[in-house]
Design a protein around this ligand. Structure first.
Ligand code: ADP
Ligand code: ASP
Ligand code: MG
Length: 408
């Protein structure tokens, strides 16, 4: 089999762990598998590099920032290949431009466009284990890019798709995909099999165990993903096409996201074209808006509330302040300390009453809902950040996610 494996930051967090990962890869090799291994930076390294940059200047150049943060993965790739050679296995480490893994030029959130596989195939044919630095790419103009936080997952799945690998294994610090973040909900249950679609919603709603784009890639190219622990040999979670053997559950998981901020515009003229005048400049500033709610008032004006990534909060405030006078907006206010709590499940399609139960549970715990959004298979509520854990645990309990069979 040709297997692409990815080891996350904690799994390669120190030399002892790198040695252990090398040992695991060696066992696979002994079984006759061809292996391409993608690594993240050692845990904490990407944050350390980002902190250095922001300590130096508040607004570092995106090009140089990518050049800086991409180095973490180069270190772990080189160390892992060394560790493999040290125990007698042929291995070769690469950074993205050597492959090359080509991306667009959107620094910090580049998209993979093309992966050349010739070099990897040649190395595999010669008996090498190929180690690739995750999270990075090279633009058409030869600049180093990065794919966004958690992007090594995407490198791995994209490589698996390009190489038509039999399997993509994501090794991380938990035993698979759980019904909620196991670090917040001790009773969370490991899900054995989950569809791409549900996984995509879980990832989009904050379950960072898989990066969103990696799931998109897997879904488009039909790459089976096995999410599992790098510290045990227990099977983890298979992320695959939806099939009949999957648990028919109403709700498959509860997620949270603390990376957004809310902005509210009071007294916006309720006229055609106003929303475009507000969200046009926000889009031009490269800010991605998530939820939007507009409520009409009896006085012919409207209140408009929306969420943006927390890192873009100040920038977004400035943008709306620029159009405040022009549009005659009465007041602008916002809150950075919010959290979005969501429940996800394919079973919701056919069952009414899930949303009302969610609202009821939050109400019983005295948690005020600031915003609501729904899709076919998820419901999200924006709440005060300080209630995040309470809300996630309460919802997990109320929907009986700790036991495999839920009443429908
Ligand atoms: P890695 O460094 O291996 O990429 P990450 O920290 O990016 O690891 O992702 C793994 C983490 O995702 C876990 O430690 C866990 O806290 C978090 N997580 C959030 N939601 C879930 C979930 N539903 N199932 C499993 N892990 C989750
Ligand atoms: N090292 C990068 C990060 O911390 C990419 C990854 O770990 O997947 O976001
Ligand atoms: Mg990750």
């Amino acid at each position: 089999m040709l297997i692409v494996q990815k080891y996350g930051g904690t799994s390669v967090g120190d030399l002892e762990r790198i040695r252990r990962v090398a040992g695991r890869i060696a066992r696979y090799r002994d079984q006759g598998h061809d292996l391409v291994v993608v690594v993240s930076a050692m845990s904490g390294e990407t944050d350390r590099l980002l902190n250095l940059a922001y300590e130096l200047c508040p607004d570092p150049s995106p090009r140089e920032l990518d050049m800086l943060v991409s180095t973490g993965e180069q270190v772990s790739a080189a160390l892992l290949a060394m560790a493999l050679k040290h125990i007698g296995y042929q291995a070769k480490a690469y950074v993205a431009f050597q492959i090359p893994i080509k991306t667009d030029a959107l620094f910090g959130k580049a998209r993979i466009q093309d992966i050349h596989t010739e070099k990897i195939r040649r190395d595999l044919d010669q008996g090498n284990i190929v180690v690739v630095a995750g999270f990075q790419g090279i633009s058409e103009t030869g600049d180093i890019t990065t794919l966004g936080r958690g992007g090594s997952d995407t490198t791995a799945v994209a490589l698996a798709a390009a190489l038509k690998a039999d399997l993509c294994e994501i090794f991380t610090d938990v035993e698979g995909v759980f019904t909620a973040d196991p670090h917040i909900v001790p009773k969370a249950r490991k899900i054995d099999r989950i569809s791409y679609e549900e996984m995509l919603e879980l990832a989009s709603m904050g379950a960072k165990v898989l990066e969103i784009r990696s799931v998109e890639f897997a879904k488009i190219y039909g790459v089976p993903i096995h999410v599992r622990s790098s510290f045990t040999d227990e099977p983890g979670t298979m992320v695959v096409e939806e099939d009949k053997s999957m648990e028919k559950v109403l709700v498959s998981g509860v997620t949270y996201n603390r990376n957004e901020a809310r902005i509210t515009l009071h007294g916006v003229p309720d006229q055609p074209g106003v929303a475009a005048k507000i969200f046009g400049p926000i889009a031009e500033a490269g800010i991605v808006v998530d939820m939007i709610i507009q409520t009409s008032r009896p006085d012919g004006k409207a209140d408009m509330t929306f969420t943006v990534p927390r890192t873009d909060y100040q920038k977004a405030l400035k943008v709306v302040q620029n159009v405040e006078m022009d549009l005659g907006i009465e007041e602008i206010e916002g809150d950075k300390d919010i959290a979005k709590v969501s429940i996800v499940g394919a079973g919701m399609r056919a069952h009414p009453g899930v949303a009302s139960k969610m609202f009821q549970v939050l109400a019983e715990h005295g948690i005020n809902i600031q915003m609501i959004s729904t899709s076919e298979i998820k419901i999200s509520c924006v709440i005060d950040e300080k209630y995040t854990e309470l809300a996630v645990r309460a919802l997990h309990e109320a929907f009986h996610l700790e036991s495999p069979v839920q009443e429908e």
